[in-house]
Design a protein around this ligand. Sequence first.
Ligand SMILES: NC(=O)c1ccc[n+]([C@@H]2O[C@H](COP(=O)([O-])OP(=O)(O)OC[C@H]3O[C@@H](n4cnc5c(N)ncnc54)[C@H](OP(=O)(O)O)[C@@H]3O)[C@@H](O)[C@H]2O)c1
Length: 287
Amino acid sequence: MHKRRLGATGVEVTAIGLGAMPLSISGRPTEDQAIDVIRAYVEGGGNFIDTANVYCINTRDLGHNERLICKALEILGRAADVYVATKGGLTKEGSGWDCDARPEWLRASCERSLRDLKTASIFLYQLHAPDSNVPLADSVGELARLRSEGKIGHIGLSNVNVTEIDTALKIAPIISVQNKCNVLLKKSFRNGVVELCARKGMAFIPHSPVGGHGQQGRMGESGVIRDVAARHGASPQQIALAWLLGKGDHIIPIPGASRVASVVSSLGAAEIGLDTGDMQALDRLSD
Ligand SMILES: NC(=O)c1ccc[n+]([C@@H]2O[C@H](COP(=O)([O-])OP(=O)(O)OC[C@H]3O[C@@H](n4cnc5c(N)ncnc54)[C@H](OP(=O)(O)O)[C@@H]3O)[C@@H](O)[C@H]2O)c1
């Protein structure tokens, strides 16, 4: 499996990560099925899993996804060599998510994630989203303190624009940016975020890379994607991932999965080499 450098960490992760969110939110599989999904990912060569404390049903269930990943990696004996990235800065009261990136909530969330992941230091801790009620500098400042205390190894951002990244970079080293991005949603390319990440040596981690939760079918609705897929004997979702991989060596997609078949397919996307003509046809697809 191809590896990519994760920003300035010096760590090489597999080009395809695993987005673990569908294993813990509404409609989630049984625990045994969820562990099978994680097994398929790590036994297929993957070593980078994305989670968050709020990948759960509600407040009482907070940390479900982190505890699940921890348990699965313990069972598989892979806790030492799989990199887990988590996030703080949201709450999950009911069906939706709300922002809360106050320093005290970030600290409480991080300390709880340390317990749920059973680790002394979180490899990569991402601000889930800027909070319009809290200066970004205060949120990132707290992450910088958590880093200097050794509770987190590296800081990442999520759901941010160029101005927010620049603000954060003045306060702490940022090694990654995670935004919603796929071949049918190119905002992070248009607004300069992907290019800024490359220039500053940060990884760009597209979330919802095959369309987003429940939206994966959209990839197959595009005739252009279907044509490229047919030429490569691949699925439209695999082409969506191969396109992202072709857009820069700093790009590490994290496709979600609640089924083993999705994981196997996503890992296979790393083997697809799109040519210039394919890339240009996919580049031209508008949002
Ligand atoms: N930072 C943020 O605010 C934020 C927001 C959303 C998501 N995320 C992260 O990004 C990850 C990915 O996003 P997502 O799960 O919402 O959307 P996604 O990666 O676009 O995946 C959506 C669904 O597509 C299916 N799928 C994935 N790969 C496939 C493939 N190769 N072939 C066929 N179907 C495939 C899976 O369905 P099945 O469930 O049926 O397997 C998956 O649940 C999440 O798991 C989470 O870790 C972050």
